[in-house]
Design a protein around this ligand. Structure first.
Ligand code: APR
Length: 247
């Protein structure tokens, strides 16, 4: 493994522009269950019942009760994987993060340039007047919560069946097409269009480094370097190797 860590460190050090694509796996060590791992969120909640926009319109109270139960999202803290990417950004070795996560942990770890591809569940949006507020600023005493305009508030994450925020979609495409290295961390790469970003980068000539303890849809056909390890372990090791090379 050390050899792979050192190759990743050398590749990151010499890259012209590095972008990271992250998924639920990077937050697993913060206590937030992933979606598709055994015992994951989609084992606990049927996504057809809780994660489509149709399901929200059908019964917003039911979706909000799930959100209220999902305490991990509110209490979770960043882990060494998140802090490692923030540190790479500070070192000028990471240009931006494209995240599928809605947990705000990259920002909490100090990352400044984070593209929220699937929105952010720590905010709410009124489906009538489009007002956006931090989750903490609304009462969840009665569910669903309503806006002063009479509209219903929805968590500001992207539900299945909703479009990706256009600024996030176009900017992610631009960054993928102009990078020469993409770090793909903690995603099963089965949900599109996010899962297409590594292919866009690869076809533009970028190298692909995958960090994931398990095999994914990308491992065999797209990844140039595969680090089958947890992000919270691999990323700090890569940073230590970068510093060792520089010293
Ligand atoms: N470090 C790195 N990767 C990990 C770790 C870890 N500690 N623990 C698990 N993983 C990997 C798993 O092996 C798996 O490949 O993280 C991946 C999690 O995959 P999913 O649960 O499918 O999550 P993700 O790829 O982010 O899902 C994409 O699907 O449900 C929707 O909108 C939701 O953004 C989400 C999208």
């Amino acid at each position: 493994m050390q050899d792979l860590i050192e190759r990743a460190a050398q590749t990151i050090r010499t890259a012209r522009k590095t972008v990271a694509l992250t998924g639920a796996g990077i937050s697993a060590e913060s206590g937030i269950p992933t979606f598709r791992d055994p015992g994951g969120l989609w084992d606990r909640y049927d996504p057809e019942e809780y994660a489509t926009i149709e399901a929200f319109h059908r019964d917003p109270g039911k979706v909000w009760r799930m959100m209220k139960d999902f305490t991990e999202l509110k209490t979770a803290l960043p882990n060494p994987g998140h802090f490692g990417l923030a540190h790479l950004e500070q070192l000028g070795l990471l240009h931006c993060i494209i995240t599928q996560n809605v947990d705000n942990l990259h920002q909490a770890a100090g990352s400044r340039d984070v593209i929220e591809f699937h929105g952010n569940m720590r905010q709410v949006v009124c489906l009538s007047c489009r007002k956006m507020l931090p989750l903490e600023e609304i009462s969840l005493e009665t569910l669903p919560p309503y806006c002063g305009c009479g509209g219903v508030f929805k968590p500001a994450g992207v539900f299945f069946g909703e479009p990706i925020p256009s600024h996030a979609l176009y900017r992610s495409q631009d960054e993928a097409q102009s990078c020469d290295l993409i770090l793909v961390i903690g995603t099963s790469a089965v949900v599109y269009p996010a899962a297409d970003i590594p292919r866009v980068a690869k076809e533009a000539g970028a190298q692909v480094i995958e960090i994931n303890p398990k095999h994914t849809d990308l491992t065999d056909w797209l990844a140039d370097l595969i680090i089958q390890e947890k992000a919270g372990i691999a990323i700090p090791q890569i940073i230590a190797a970068i510093k060792a090379i520089a010293s």
